[in-house]
Design a protein around this ligand. Structure first.
Ligand code: UDP
Length: 237
């Protein structure tokens, strides 16, 4: 088998690190995800990773309780740095060399995000974890994931979720929900399918960047995706 997508951008939601817990980082889940990433690194795949912060803090949650939205979003972005450092730690314990690059400079903790430097790290075989989203309030880490994918010229965006692809309605609530194998950006936007936020989809569409939506909890799914095997839902133009 040959690797079809050599450079990938893996978008993990903060909740993906939570497991069955109600808050924070579950170290067993973190180790599982790190293992999945390690496996594809050994195939020569160059992963960039963007992690959300829903397991710690979301800007909208703070704003809904009366906080200034931009301040709350800044807190959300700082929370993604914690998740990124946790992922770095889990990967490096496996011997995978990583760099965390933050869109909000904090040099004593990690590198500042510099696009050309990020590409160089990837070329050298280092996994790059992009922290602090886009560095701007009013954005999400979905948009940050697609943005970084465009910047590093990733071959594929992998959006890791809890279900095995995109459905016409919520499969957790509706047992008759139908899964799509393939979708277009326009269909996702028109039908308002819950894949990632509309800004992220629109950005991917602009550059024709394919997005694969898959279940992160199933071992081997990322590997299948990089081999171009049938898994999850593929979104293209
Ligand atoms: N955030 C932001 N700008 C960005 C990315 C993230 O302000 O470019 C903030 C925002 O408050 C968001 C939080 O960081 O709610 C965590 O990101 P997100 O909600 O995307 O996490 P996920 O849902 O993937 O866990």
């Amino acid at each position: 088998m040959t690797v079809e997508y050599r450079r990938i951008l893996l978008k993990l939601s903060g909740e993906a690190l939570m497991g069955a817990d109600s808050y924070g980082i579950n170290t067993d889940v973190l180790d599982f995800v790190a293992n999945e990433i390690h496996e594809v690194v050994e195939l020569g795949v160059q992963p960039g990773i963007v992690i959300g912060a829903g397991n710690i803090f979301r800007g909208v949650a703070g704003a809904s309780k009366g906080m200034d939205r931009a301040t709350a979003d800044n807190m959300g972005m700082l929370a993604t740095v914690m998740n990124s450092l946790a992922m770095q730690d889990a990967l490096e314990r496996r011997g995978v060399i990583t760099r965390v690059m933050s869109a909000i400079p904090m040099q004593s903790v990690c590198e500042p995000y510099i696009r050309r430097r990020a590409v160089r790290h990837l070329e050298k075989g280092r996994v790059v974890i992009f922290a602090a989203g886009t560095g701007n309030p009013y954005f999400t880490t979905d948009s940050a994931g697609v943005l970084r994918a465009l910047e590093i010229d990733a071959d594929l965006v992998i959006k890791a979720t809890k279900v095995d692809g995109v459905y016409d309605k919520d499969p957790v609530i509706y047992p008759d929900a139908v899964k799509y194998d393939n979708l277009t950006y326009d269909t996702v936007l028109r039908k308002g399918l819950k894949v990632m936020d509309a800004a992220g989809i629109a950005l991917a569409k602009e550059d024709n960047k394919p997005i694969k939506v898959l279940n992160m909890a199933v071992a081997g799914n990322i590997k299948k995706a990089v081999f171009g095997e049938k898994v999850g839902t593929l979104i293209t133009s």
